[in-house]
Design a protein around this ligand. Structure first.
Ligand code: PNS
Length: 160
């Protein structure tokens, strides 16, 4: 069983994330989509909401499993006996942060390998932060996120 973990804040999941899970599912037997908090970001959605949106969005990928975790990614990697960490690289600007994280994860656990995948060009400019910013001002996000995410964003910002 070759299991890869795809960690992230997924606040919320976008079509770019879904694209990456699809690509990873062709390479690994199971893709563990692992949701956690990024201390540098203020989350809009709760863990339960992020998990529901990810589960519904990934329902067509039978080898994807969604979990919420706390603590170090390297501990989860060991506990779930993963053989790779999946991260997306959209542009050169992502590289420095991703490079640091990959090496820090390897420092914590020597066998933690990071595999970088590139999303389709269609999604290369997407980020959860940008989606939230556009949605907050009622902009067009319909083709950029799964349907459940579009609905949840609209509901959330309508209340604010
Ligand atoms: O989607 P994001 O916000 O870029 O994901 C960042 C994330 C969640 C992958 C990172 O913050 C993380 O791995 N957090 C878990 C705690 C941890 O292990 N931190 C050290 C990473 S080197």
């Amino acid at each position: 069983m070759r299991r890869a973990v795809y960690p992230g804040s997924f606040d919320p999941i976008t079509n770019g994330h879904v694209d990456l899970v699809k690509r990873a599912s062709l390479l690994f037997d199971e893709v563990l989509v692992a949701i956690t908090d990024n201390p540098n970001k203020q989350a809009l959605f709760s863990h339960a909401e992020r998990m529901e949106m990810a589960q519904v969005s990934l329902a067509e990928i039978p080898t994807a499993r969604v979990i919420v975790f706390r603590g170090l990614l390297s501990n989860l990697y060991e506990k779930e006996q993963c053989c790779a960490i999946i991260r997306g690289l959209r542009a050169v600007s992502d590289f420095e942060y991703e490079f640091q994280m990959a090496l820090m994860n390897r420092k914590q656990l020597r066998r933690a390998e990071t595999v970088f995948l590139m999303p389709s060009l269609r999604w290369v400019y997407l980020s959860s932060n940008l989606i939230k910013e556009v949605a907050r001002h009622n902009g067009a996000i319909k083709d950029l996120v799964p349907e459940i995410v579009c609905r949840k964003l609209k509901e959330t910002f309508a209340k604010k």
